[in-house]
Write a protein that binds this ligand. Structure first.
Ligand code: HEM
Length: 404
């Protein structure tokens, strides 16, 4: 039903996994045939990140790390080592699972559960290794937004480890293993685990998942079969200096806390007006079904817009953002309550795109400028941007053509 489910998040594999064809995540099922057009378009330049080939996993863990500043260890060597080790270990995990590699692993007796690993590079990494001239302008820091309440400790990162799986023990043990393997070279800057409802609990596992606000979230997304999927989601870099990212994707990560007590204090009809969609079916107000195209011109009986002027979907719509598009894949996070008794829960928002300057940024600006009705119920507390290189057949490790 959804592009999020179809194009979905994540068999999340590294370039390494793709470089070692036999090491791709092995129990993710068949690639969605709808992805074939996007895959073949990308094929000439590398390959669609495997992250886009398999359904959204029910569990993810994102870990951003920084290189340790060690005068005795040149940064470039350390970056190479981390990418080489992560690529090798990810391929081994995809192929065999942790239990076959490490005696006494917590995942003994568990199948690989669609484990998939993706690696991202931050602009700060390229600066640290003296490759500032190879930084695509796409990777420039995101501008400040009115919605920002950012905690520096939850922002940025030299490298991103993005791991998805269907099982929390498989996921946790793989993340621990990957971090342990590079502990001498990196320190964790921030990490955040996210989840979706499990397929086992869902009446309809193909239905678009709901977020913790109870909304069906992920309906409007570019579909892999769309002619524009490739141009909107995959980066085009014909310039030799930036060829290492040709066919890759830029990943915006936002940690967005939800003020759930305030949200659920709202009348359900008011909650629908905030988004511009019905809570039960996800249909746009004035429409009948989830997949109906929102009619921004529709009016109610009293002549007022069916989708309010400050509704989230009106402001974020391509009509209002010069056609900006990205592949949104949100996950929920829930870390209980903070010391002041407030819920620490929300949306681990991830957005994949060809260029954040024509994807995430204009949409967030439009939400800011239009006074997004969702704004009072959310707080953007973390932010990061990573380059996720394409899959290169035969490359020994991820981003080898940049750092090798
Ligand atoms: C649509 C929720 C943050 C961009 C939607 C929808 C929901 C939703 C329920 C309608 C269903 C769908 O199409 O997926 C939320 C929540 C957020 C959040 C709860 C924060 C906690 C963001 C952010 C952006 C964004 C940060 C980008 C800057 C969009 C876009 C659409 C959308 C582009 C589709 C609009 C259209 O109909 O064309 N969001 N969203 N959202 N959201 Fe968000």
């Amino acid at each position: 039903l959804t592009a999020a489910a179809a194009a979905g998040a994540a068999g999340l594999a590294t370039g390494a996994a793709a470089a070692h064809a036999a090491a791709a995540p092995r129990d993710t099922g068949e690639p969605d045939p709808a992805l074939a057009p996007a895959r073949s378009r990308a094929g000439a330049r590398g390959g669609l990140p495997p992250a886009l080939l398999t359904p959204t996993p029910s569990q993810v863990h994102l870990v951003a790390v920084d290189l340790r500043a060690d005068p005795g260890a040149p940064a470039r060597e350390a970056a190479r080592r981390v990418l080489r080790i992560w690529s090798r270990e990810a391929a081994a995990l995809h192929e065999h699972g942790l239990a076959a590699l490490v005696e006494g692993a917590p995942s003994q007796g568990l199948r690989p559960a669609s484990l998939g690993v993706t690696l991202g590079l931050g602009a700060s990494l390229l600066a640290a290794v003296g490759l500032a001239d190879r930084v695509p302008p796409h990777l420039e820091d995101l501008p400040a937004f009115a919605a920002d309440h950012l905690e520096p400790a939850w922002c940025g990162g030299d490298l991103l480890l993005h791991v998805g799986a269907e099982d929390p023990v498989v996921l946790s043990s793989a993340v621990g293993h990957l971090l342990g393997a590079v502990a001498a070279d990196v320190r964790v800057r921030w990490s955040l685990a996210g989840f979706h409802r499990s397929a086992a609990a869902a009446d309809d596992p193909s239905a678009t998942p709901r977020n913790l606000m109870g909304q069906i979230d992920g309906t409007v997304n570019p579909r892999p079969s769309d002619a524009l999927f490739g141009p909107q989601v995959l980066a085009a870099h014909p310039e030799p200096a930036l060829a290492w990212m040709d066919g890759g994707a830029y990943l915006v990560v936002r940690r967005i806390r939800m003020l759930l007590d305030d949200w659920f204090a709202l009348d359900p009809r008011d909650r629908e007006a905030v988004i511009g969609r019905r809570l039960d079916t996800g249909a746009p107000l004035g429409g009948a079904a989830e997949d109906d195209r929102p009619d921004l011109a529709a009016t109610g009986d009293d002549g007022s817009p069916a989708i309010p002027l400050d509704a989230h979907i009106r402001l974020a719509a391509p009509e209002n953002t010069l056609g900006a598009r990205m592949l949104r894949r949100g996950f929920s996070y829930d870390q209980g309550w903070d010391a002041r008794g407030r819920r620490r829960a929300g949306l681990l928002f991830t957005a994949w795109q060809a260029d954040p300057r024509t994807g995430f940024t204009p949409v967030q600006r439009a939400l800011d400028e239009g006074g997004d009705a969702l704004g009072p119920f959310i707080r953007h507390e973390g932010s990061a941007l990573f380059a996720v290189p394409p899959v290169r057949g035969g490359a020994p490790w991820t981003a080898h053509d940049l750092l090798g």
